[in-house]
Design a protein around this ligand. Structure first.
Ligand SMILES: Nc1ncnc2c1ncn2[C@@H]1O[C@H](COP(=O)(O)OP(=O)(O)OP(=O)(O)O)[C@@H](O)[C@H]1O
Length: 257
């Protein structure tokens, strides 16, 4: 298991958003996290990424108890939430947006810079090389020098995925990657997620309301309701489970399962 959440509970004032929730994520899987609006999916992501801390329970990442760690410490251990990395810098180019995500570089310390200019240059050229290979992987080299603020919504999602590749990500939390992405770019995004999973052994947890995307990419699928795990299994068994249908029918805002 790459991640285990054990009996997590979180309250927002008197409202219990996460209620004694336990789940485990298998290393190398793409796990789909579904559930009606308000089920607690994003709050669970916030707990896993460290943006919120549970009232009780614990989180183990690669066997280590990370419940008390800051988001930053988790990020440096390879637990990356897509929009934990700041949204794209609009005025910077696509290439520069990748380069700024790279782990701390020697040139960031003036003293070090003065002592070892060669090391700074080497690190910069490694970062540039990594950023360029990331663009090649994402098939975005043609927009390398465009301002990030001017690219399409789907290209921004690809860029966001690319920025996880500039870190040494192991477990990536994707919160509704399909939202606002056109069909063509959505298939490309799916293809890249599948490739990162297959060829680079990334583990993903994917919150998504687009059930076709969940069906194509995810195994297993976990359905949450009322701050708890309702059921876990393959897409078809989860989708046809009467408890899941009931949970979706019970919601008022009408997301489709
Ligand atoms: N900061 C907050 N303060 C108070 N209540 C909150 C806060 N954040 C979330 N909630 C409530 O906690 C519950 C779970 O919300 P959450 O956003 O985790 O659900 P979700 O499953 O991600 O829903 P959606 O699919 O609509 O994004 C909801 O009832 C929501 O209103």
């Amino acid at each position: 298991m790459i991640l285990s959440c054990e009996n997590l509970t979180l309250d927002f004032n008197l409202f219990r958003a996460i209620d004694n929730c336990s789940l485990s994520i298998v290393e190398g899987s793409i796990t789909g996290l579904i559930g009606p609006n308000g089920a607690g999916k994003t709050t669970l992501f916030n707990l896993i990424a460290g943006a919120l801390h549970p009232k009780s329970g614990r989180i183990l990442y690669r066997g280590e108890d990370i419940t008390a760690l800051s988001p930053d410490r988790r990020f440096h251990k390879g637990l990356v939430r897509t929009f934990q990395i700041p949204h794209e810098f609009h005025l910077m180019s696509v290439l520069e947006n990748l380069m700024v995500v790279a782990p701390a570089q020697p040139g960031e310390s003036l003293f070090r810079n003065w002592l070892d200019f060669g090391a700074v240059k080497r690190a910069e050229s490694e970062t540039l090389h990594r950023a360029w290979s990331t663009l090649e992987f994402l098939e975005l080299t043609h927009i390398a020098h465009e301002r990030a603020g001017q690219i399409s919504g789907g290209q921004k999602k690809l860029l966001e995925l690319g920025r996880t590749m500039m870190t040494d990500a192991k477990l990536v939390l994707l919160d509704e990657p399909a939202a606002g992405v056109n069909r063509t770019l959505l298939r490309k995004l799916e293809e890249k997620i599948a490739l990162l999973h297959r060829e680079r052994n990334y583990t993903f947890i994917l919150i998504e309301h687009d059930m076709e995307m969940i069906e194509r990419l995810c195994d297993p699928v976990i359905c949450m309701a009322d701050g708890q795990v309702l059921i876990e299994g393959d897409f078809h068994s989860v989708r046809s489970d009467p408890r899941v249908l009931e949970a979706y029918l019970g919601e008022t805002s009408g997301a489709s399962a």
